[in-house]
Design a protein around this ligand. Structure first.
Ligand SMILES: [Ca+2]
Ligand SMILES: [Ca+2]
Length: 97
């Protein structure tokens, strides 16, 4: 779980420092279907981005696709408090201290 949250924190760190602005930024970038929540595939896209964030060569990504998939599943199970399979703004905000 620590690794999962660290991965998401890295992605969030690319956004403005205000927590709400960060969540809005993540949704603006990764909410592909516009429902203002991240489903499994959108979370996968976020984590894929994170895995390659500091690395220009995808071959040297910090996680391979299977690891990103597993991480996305774990993150969803940890963060999806209402169990609807999507991370809404409140659930994303909960990642912030
Ligand atoms: Ca969405
Ligand atoms: Ca949810």
């Amino acid at each position: 779980m620590t690794i999962v949250l660290a991965a998401i924190a890295i992605a969030l760190a690319a956004q403005p420092s205000d927590a709400e602005a960060q969540v809005n930024g993540v949704l603006n970038l990764f909410d592909g279907n516009g429902d203002r929540a991240l489903d499994g595939e959108e979370l996968f896209a976020l984590l894929s981005f994170t895995a390659t964030l500091n690395n220009e060569n995808p071959d040297n990504a910090t996680m391979d696709e299977a690891e990103v998939r597993a991480t996305a599943r774990t993150a969803m199970s940890v963060l999806d408090k209402d169990g609807n399979g999507k991370l809404d703004r409140d659930e994303l905000m909960a990642m912030h201290p």
